[in-house]
Ligand binder design. Sequence first.
Ligand SMILES: C[S@@+](CC[C@H](N)C(=O)[O-])C[C@H]1O[C@@H](n2cnc3c(N)ncnc32)[C@H](O)[C@@H]1O
Length: 229
Amino acid sequence: MTSLNQQDTIFVNQEADAWYERNAAGATEPAPPNDRILRALSHLTLPAQGILIDVGGSSGRVAEGFRRQYPQWHCRVVEPSGKAIAAGKKAFPHLEFTQGSITQAQGLPWQEATIVVIGGVFCLVDRSLLSRAVANVDLALKDGGYLVISDFDSPFLRANAYKHRSGLYTYKQDYAEIFRQLGIYHLIYRFSETLVDHSSSDLADPYDRQWVTSILRKDLQGRYFRKSE
Ligand SMILES: C[S@@+](CC[C@H](N)C(=O)[O-])C[C@H]1O[C@@H](n2cnc3c(N)ncnc32)[C@H](O)[C@@H]1O
């Protein structure tokens, strides 16, 4: 069992770079239109201009894939790995990068995003900082904006030992539901798929090999029933 914040310290300071190095092949190619996050976003009618923030966006391949479809959007990446950022800055000069963590105490560096993307990050967040990660994401997204969460789709809470480093865990649960329960997010898209190849899953277990991409729309006021005064 990890001690308080240990998973966060290790991910932010070491494992983020290690993840990038293991996955560097293809990291400097923009994500294709059939990427699961870009495919999900293709269901929305988006304005010509906006701001997208990819949190834990590595070298920016998803952000760049989106930017090529929406060249007038400003696309930003927050990522702890200095190595991923260095590669991304070189490959994708139109993106803006900042080194940081979804869990940081000062919040994310940018706010008022039209879209926030979080792909495969919540499952890695230290449980002692999960509520702060949720708050940081919420504060970065503007009212009326879209939150894209792509992560494991487990029917129950599950902590799988992280294969690449002992003492760390991949935490699987319904992260979109956390936002939905706030009342100010409603689900507008959900696509669950079966993984055929993933190091953090037992592919022989049907409850451990699903992945889900969800889009939630933020609406601070409109969902409340109001009695007239
Ligand atoms: C499974 S990879 C997914 C990368 C990318 N989002 C994608 O969908 O291809 C997880 C990413 O989250 C980053 N990460 C890990 N801990 C993080 C944290 N505390 N805050 C932000 N990103 C984090 C890793 O460095 C890595 O880039």
